[in-house]
Ligand binder design. Structure first.
Ligand code: SF4
Length: 116
């Protein structure tokens, strides 16, 4: 029988999963805002520093032809713009991501494929 390299007394992949789940539950249940804490575990770390989290009344997903300038203005001062742009280029079809519009990202993807 093949053994897992971390196997030892009381340790197994299954027990590690249980321990991990318990750690998450402990943290979530201790927090004032359990849902936000749970989402922080799931989301990429850079989401925590997103400038758009702090603004209200700016639409980052306007209808086609809608005004993207307010969203782009927020992105200009965002600390995680590069990470957001990379995520956007990687597959976000709609909205403003990392200071780019959907049509700009389509061009970036096309140029990236042509350069490869
Ligand atoms: S770059 Fe723009 S869309 Fe991305 S996290 Fe920052 S403010 Fe939000």
């Amino acid at each position: 029988m093949m053994r897992h390299t971390n196997d030892g007394p009381g340790r197994s992949p299954g027990s590690e999963i249980v321990r991990f789940a318990q750690t998450i539950l402990d943290r979530v249940l201790d927090d004032d805002d359990p849902l936000e804490e749970l989402l922080n575990w799931i989301r990429p770390k850079w989401h925590r520093d997103a400038a758009c989290k702090e603004v209200t009344g700016v639409n980052f997903f306007p209808e086609r032809g809608g005004d993207v300038r307010p969203a782009l203005a927020v992105c200009r001062s965002c600390l995680v713009r590069a990470e957001c742009e990379a995520a956007g280029v990687d597959g976000k079809e709609y909205g403003v991501w990392g200071g780019t519009t959907a049509s700009q990202r389509r061009v970036m993807r096309r140029e990236g494929r042509e350069a490869a």
